[in-house]
Design a protein around this ligand. Structure first.
Ligand code: AMP
Length: 397
């Protein structure tokens, strides 16, 4: 494995796996270019060294080969605007047109290849397809952390066709990997994991893995009520997975055995319906009357959780504390975001990962007050479940 920052790309054709899976409207305008922007530092370094970049990505989920709807050609103009460099487009990611366009590419220029998923071989991790792609560049750079949990041709298999000193993470991917490893393998203690969101079933593997590592686990959001009911509480009409109550009890038992403190919300903001204009009141989380449901953590819970976060040296946050999309139920998530920001300002390392908690820190304008906000989504979740991500393993071996 080579290190991207110390690599001199002068005269080198870098084959870069990016995640340009951006949303497009009916007119093929990009409605959110975050993913394109995220990889700009990597591309700018290659180009400013005097290298050229051949970009490969997927876009959407095309079913049966090429379609205009999923063509990456819609991104060319905006990519040119973002980079200020010449951007060429190859209407196939392999074959003669791609080979010719790659061969002609000069230093400082970019070639965007057509959607990899127009070939079924991409998602199948087909070796011959990966080998064809590999021939287009001198070195392989993986900057698509969002697909690192997939053993696809362009995200993992392709790395086998490059020598160890010719494959590397791009800056975005490196940032994700370094942050994730710091939390999972080198966390300074106390290490608090804050897990929220709707369902226990989605987060069991993460909690089980974190039981081996964290000192404290804060459980909030809809998933907390399955734990509270399993412990004998009345949770009214709150979200509950009755078939996960045994798992919840097992998690609580394992935590006690391992000396990990699990913190459930002492009180909740309860509502008489799941709606922005519901009537609300504060209530102990295990005494919720029938017809009412817990949609946010209450003031006592915020106080206790914030104290735990405040004492931490490492904080991992995945999942909101309540239905933060509605103003009446956003206070818990916002207060926890502020506590994480506060702990960070006192020197803690904080990583926010997973869709909705990332949306929450963005909503409350706190993204630059935490140490790292992962763009990884599913890949980050699988990493925290303790799984080996093929995209990382392929570069490291
Ligand atoms: P997840 O994708 O599992 O992280 O869940 C995120 C979703 O959980 C968000 O859309 C929240 O609105 C929702 N959520 C959080 N707390 C609750 C709750 N107490 N009751 C119902 N939904 C919740």
């Amino acid at each position: 494995m080579s290190t991207f920052s110390s690599f001199n790309f002068n005269g080198v054709k870098a084959l870069v796996r990016v995640d340009f899976n951006v949303p497009l409207d009916d007119q093929f305008n990009i409605t959110d270019d975050t993913r394109m922007r995220a990889t700009l530092p990597t591309l700018k370094k290659i180009l400013s060294d005097g290298g050229s970049a051949i970009l490969m990505s997927h876009l959407g989920r095309p079913k049966d080969g090429p379609t205009n709807k999923y063509s990456l050609k819609h991104l060319v103009v905006h990519l040119h605007e973002l980079l200020g460099a010449k951007v060429f487009f190859a209407d196939d990611c392999i074959g003669q047109s791609a080979t010719d366009a790659a061969a002609k590419l000069q230093g400082g220029e970019v070639l965007l290849l057509e959607n990899l998923r127009f070939y079924k071989e991409e998602e199948k991790g087909d070796k011959a397809f990966a080998e064809k792609l590999s021939k287009l560049g001198d070195v392989y750079v993986n900057d698509a952390f969002g697909t690192a949990h997939r053993a696809h041709a362009s995200t993992a298999v392709i790395a086998d066709y490059f020598d160890a000193n010719k494959k590397m993470f791009g800056l975005l991917m490196e940032g994700e990997v370094v942050s994730a490893e710091k939390v999972l393998h080198n966390a300074e203690r106390p290490f608090t994991a804050i897990i929220g969101g709707a369902k226990v079933s989605d987060k069991i593997l993460i909690i089980e893995n974190l039981l081996q590592r964290a000192t404290d686990i804060i459980i909030g959001g809809g998933m907390a009520y399955t734990f509270l009911k399993a412990r004998g509480g009345n949770i009214g009409n709150s979200l509950c997975e009755n078939d996960r109550m045994d798992t919840a009890l097992e998690i609580l038992k394992k935590a006690t055995e391992k000396g990990v403190s699990i913190h459930l919300p002492e009180d909740s903001i309860i509502a008489d319906k799941f709606a922005a204009d519901a009537n609300t009141k504060n209530c102990p989380s295990d005494q919720i009357p029938d017809g009412w449901m817990g949609l946010d953590i209450g003031a006592k819970a915020i106080g206790i959780f914030s104290e735990v976060i405040n004492k931490s040296r490492t904080v991992l946050w995945n999942g909101p504390m309540g239905v933060f999309e509605m103003e009446k139920f956003q206070n818990g998530t916002k207060s926890i975001a502020l506590a994480v920001a506060d702990a960070t300002s006192k020197g803690a390392f904080s990583l926010v990962g997973g869709g909705d908690s990332v949306a929450a820190v963005n909503k409350f304008n706190l993204a630059d007050k935490v140490s790292y906000v992962s763009t990884g989504g599913g890949a980050m979740l699988e990493y925290f479940e303790g799984k080996v991500l093929p995209g990382i393993a392929a570069i490291k071996k």
